[in-house]
Design a protein around this ligand. Sequence first.
Ligand code: GDP
Ligand code: MG
Length: 708
Amino acid sequence: MIEVVSVDEAQPQHDKPNTEDKAIITEGLLRSAALRERRHLNVALVGNPNCGKTSLFNYASGAHAHVGNYSGVTVDASVAEANFYGYSFSLTDLPGTYSLTCYSPEELYVRQHLAEQMPDVVINVVDASNLERNLYLTTQLVDMNVRMVCALNMFDEFERRGDHVNLDTLSTLFGMPMVPTSFKTGMGVKELFKAVIKVYENTQGASRHIHINYGHEIEDGIREIQKFLKADEHIRQRYSTRYLAIKLLENDPNITQYVGQHMADEHRPEDRKQLLAVRNHAAARVLEETASDSETAIMDAKYGFINGALREAGYETGTKENIYRTTHLIDRVLSNKYVGFPIFFFILYVMFQTTFSLGQYPMDWIEAGVEWLGEWIGATMAEGPLRSMLIDGIIGGVGSVIVFLPQILILYFFISLMEDSGYMARAAFIMDKLMHKMGLHGKSFIPLVMGFGCNVPAVMATRTIESQRSRIITMMVLPFMSCSARLPIYIMITGLFFAAEYQSVVMLSLYAVGIFMAAVVSNILSRFVLRGEDMPFVMELPPYRWPTGKAICRHTWEKGKEYLKKMGGVILVASIIVWALGYFGTMGVAPTLADSFIGRMGQIIEPLFALQGFNWQLDVSLIAGVGAKEIVASTMGVLGGFEGVTSLSAYAYLLFVLLYFPCIATIVAIKHETASWRWAVISAVYTTCLAWVVSAVVNQVGSLFLNM
Ligand code: GDP
Ligand code: MG
């Protein structure tokens, strides 16, 4: 019960300390400083993927971190502050893990965080509707001997299906308070933090240190190893020796390496050898007596502990409505070998169809508004550069892109719906086999689908892919997933060059070409460039859930907001620049567009795209679009003019836009994620070359057969 405070911390809170003040620190000041310090807790949120950690994090702190119903949304730890009952809490939202072994970066990350940051209290978030599986992680936290509180989350689901468990018994058996919560509604959050405070202050009756009994074969082994570890001062202070002993017995490479390294550092190679001998001896005996290796034996024992505890606490799953059963039924259809695929493509089709047809109405309204604004400015302002800039630059440029906002919101709405309902995880599952054919992973699928929204968060989402090789391949093919920024261009060009009944087919074909290219390129990369085998992994299927309207709206809006920000920023600036380059020429105001700076530039680069049959306006738009793909559309809006372009060239143009240079933001994200410019540059160069070749071939070969 001793709190240490520094001189600075003891200074009165509001006064700026100067050297003279420092001399007079009264006992009262010391006391209040100590109390202040004591009333701040570091709390870590640990739990399986999808159990609601981020929901709690957001609810308690008012933050807006992304929640989603599939594993791997949280890859880094984020920290936020919360206040309850006069205490302040630093909450750390850790990545979701099923276990604390060291098979994945997430597991190691969580383990390291707990060992190094030593949070005051851990909140173990447990999905109460899947108790047995979730408590597995809890048993490992018990081994680590951290102070914790268990949040039995999804308690609404638990009650809805009529499950039952005696919470007091379960709390006692696990030696920690268990608080029923629902982070969807905020139920139990206050009680949870009350329990956290009590555990911290050591006034919670249910909190005690328990040992999971692994049975005498394993316990003997643990004891022997522990005896050895206890002699080591450094190790004893840093870790629970029981935990280390269990990990050593499990043959955990990371812990074995850590202990070995420590002994080597202290020049005790003999001790190290002896420890390994003790460990191997214990493991051999476990194998002899239980007929399974010690890792499996320990896992079995943990499940034995959980099942025993659950039985004693009278755990029963209800029959009223079992979401796992419902889930199972739905899955029989949606993840079915034969109909899963068609359903998936049907859903995608509905998604795009709705996006375009429903989006048409608000789009027309916004378009009318933009047009009216242009006419009004045209009628009220005097002729001159300013009027031209407003009408041709800003309204022409930003206006031609902003009309797509409704469609982008609808698209994001669907993506959010798929994520939050749990369907996205099924889609990944359905796609797994196919992804393997591409040399990828089912896990790569989620970033790829996210790529339809925006490539930048998708590049970041590749972090959940364990294998570095799969990760890089995924990043390399991601830009072929047609992001929403390309939508305005597609809609503009298809609207101009294709009859209404062909427009959605043309659009769909672009998405298909993108996916096809991704498949071809990842196949080539995995076969010839980045060869190697991937680790096997489990893909969890979370239960289906009705997503809350609030979550969907927030999620959709967050992305829509990014779009609007881009309008007001880079697209506005680009539109003005393009306008200025088109308005002025070497002799001041240019008499015609062709005499302007941009016209000259276009004519210079025109030969580059002769094979594709683009005109100079299209060429210039492509160059401008390197910053962000929307700028292609806004530039076309400013420049206008599609003379001499055939429908075939227009299609080649769409292909070029689909395939070429991912925007600057994506390149930077790839650089950031791979920690080198190498892959970022490769990505920029090869996609542009591919785009050039494909569009040239399509236009040249196509014109042999078609007369469009
Ligand atoms: P994390 O992976 O642990 O961070 O989990 P999230 O916070 O992202 O939540 C996963 C999903 O479960 C989201 O769709 C949440 O809206 C939903 N969810 C979270 N808490 C509850 C709850 O108490 N009840 C129900 N029914 N759903 C919840
Ligand atoms: Mg999360």
